[in-house]
Design a protein around this ligand. Structure first.
Ligand SMILES: Cc1cc2nc3c(=O)[nH]c(=O)nc-3n(C[C@H](O)[C@H](O)[C@H](O)COP(=O)(O)OP(=O)(O)OC[C@H]3O[C@@H](n4cnc5c(N)ncnc54)[C@H](O)[C@@H]3O)c2cc1C
Length: 429
């Protein structure tokens, strides 16, 4: 069943212009490809297939980008939700380099589509990742490894350099990635949808897919009353609607994370236009947005809290880091659902029946959904086999409800470990 999350409460919805809601599917259609899900994975796949001359129908259960794609932190950077060290452990350095290069293609894709579409979607350059305790040079070494193994463009900033930009005693050293950037994600989704329509795609909102059946060499994709027949089907439903394609759906765990946006502020605590996050196992991510507002994200859970309760908690996190902010009013607060596989890598591939899937991008989906869209479109339209790079990260059952409890438990454990690291610091250990 599709889950509806406080759809219009985001700052992004308040500052973007949706077209009038597209009509639901109300005909029997035939297409080359039917894409299920109108988040960035589905939209990018749809655009890239349309650009390659295929007839594409996209079916979205609610409004396009009403899921994570239109309500996220907006950071665009290379890599995956799974750290590259862990990718190397699984596949070795050569395959890890190839995967990292694909993730960079995703970053560059977003940059290029914005540049050729609407430059105002890009809201700032750079990404700072800071440590909140003295990690004995660990972050510096991590950065050096990224430079050595993946030619990643980055600078190491000392404690003093970090605190000039982030006026908080909580922060120590940081890494600065000048080529990362941050965007208005909803406007970006709407841009990709508009480009897809211009390239010939048909996009239907309020058209939840109920099931898919293979008939001969074609797929029958059914909503409540109507259907699309297509040679290919691509499942991009992330953490909701996971019953439609069980092979990938049962491998995805829904994980909620939260965002708050302050009133416009005049402040001197955050002195950088870059996006910022910390290295805690469940850390904060935030940035300055229009009119001096702070967009602050953080926390994870497997259950979505009510936003009113949420606003105070997010404010608490923000002010604990920057007491000089005083008591900023929170104008917007919302939740979003990410999809995670057990191994934290995206699920991209094709099942035994021939159905394609691109899902489970976790908290690192802006570059990787673009990457997946390119990979899937090239596979379907051109027979390209780059998707096989993800075979080592095939769908594995995520243990259903037990998996959700596991995620919640490990988050609490992460919080305890993070607090322990920081309290060691403050007690001088
Ligand atoms: C609060 C938050 C902050 C984040 N911050 C960042 C960040 O700063 N940087 C970053 O890289 N990533 C971030 N992410 C992650 C990123 O947003 C996601 O990984 C990415 O948007 C996933 O895209 P998607 O297309 O797979 O899923 P979604 O955007 O969730 O789209 C899936 C779509 O499928 C539709 N659907 C479901 N079932 C059906 C059905 N039966 N029929 C038709 N349609 C269906 C849904 O309605 C939905 O629109 C964040 C996520 C959240 C929630």
């Amino acid at each position: 069943m599709t889950q509806v999350i406080d759809q219009y409460a985001t700052w992004y919805e308040a500052t973007a212009s949706r077209l009038d809601s597209a009509a639901p599917l109300s005909a029997i259609l035939k297409a080359d490809v039917c894409v299920v899900g109108g988040g960035l994975a589905g939209l990018t796949t749809c655009l890239e297939l349309s650009r390659r001359g295929l007839k594409v129908v996209l079916l979205e259960a609610q409004l396009i980008a009403s899921g994570a794609s239109g309500r996220n932190g907006g950071f665009v950077s290379n890599g995956f939700a799974l750290g590259m060290d862990d990718v190397v452990k699984k596949v070795g350095i050569d395959a890890a380099r190839a995967l990292h290069a694909l993730s960079c293609d995703g970053t560059e894709y977003v940059r290029a589509e914005i540049a050729s579409g609407d430059a105002s979607i890009k809201m700032g350059d750079g990404w700072m990742v800071a440590v909140r305790h003295d990690d004995q040079g660990g972050l510096k070494k991590y950065g050096a490894n990224l430079q050595r193994d993946y030619s990643e463009d980055l600078q190491h900033l000392s404690v003093q350099e970090t605190r000039v930009r982030l006026a908080s005693q909580r922060y120590f050293e940081s890494l600065y990635f000048p080529k990362a950037f941050h965007i208005h994600p909803l406007r970006y989704c709407l841009l990709i949808a508009a480009k897809a329509r211009a390239a010939g795609a048909q996009i239907f909102e309020n058209s939840a897919v109920k099931f898919v059946e293979k008939i001969g060499s074609e797929f029958l994709v059914k909503t409540d009353s109507w259907q699309v027949t297509a040679r290919h089907v691509v499942h991009c439903v992330s953490s909701t609607g996971r019953n439609v394609h069980k092979a990938s759906g049962r491998a995805v765990l829904p994980v909620a994370t939260y965002v708050a946006v302050t009133e416009p502020l005049q402040q001197t605590s955050i002195n950088t236009a870059a996006a910022i996050s910390d290295t805690r196992r469940a850390g904060d991510y935030y940035r300055l947005i229009d009119d001096g507002r702070i967009l602050w994200g953080g926390r994870i859970s497997t259950k979505i809290n009510r936003p009113s309760h949420l606003a105070e908690r997010m404010k608490g996190d923000m002010v604990a880091t920057y007491p000089a902010l005083g008591k900023p009013r929170i104008d917007y607060a919302w939740a979003g659902l990410m999809g995670y596989a057990i191994h934290k890598m995206p699920l991209i591939g094709r099942d035994a029946e021939g159905q394609w899937f691109g899902t489970a991008f976790g908290g690192h989906g802006l570059n990787t959904t673009a990457m997946a869209g390119l990979i899937l479109a090239r596979a379907i339209a051109e027979g390209d086999d780059a998707y096989r790079r993800f075979v080592p990260f095939a769908p594995q059952w995520a243990f259903g409800q037990l998996g959700r409890l596991g995620v919640q438990g490990s988050y609490w454990l992460m919080q305890i470990k993070d607090k322990r690291d920081e309290s060691r610091l403050f007690s001088g250990q």
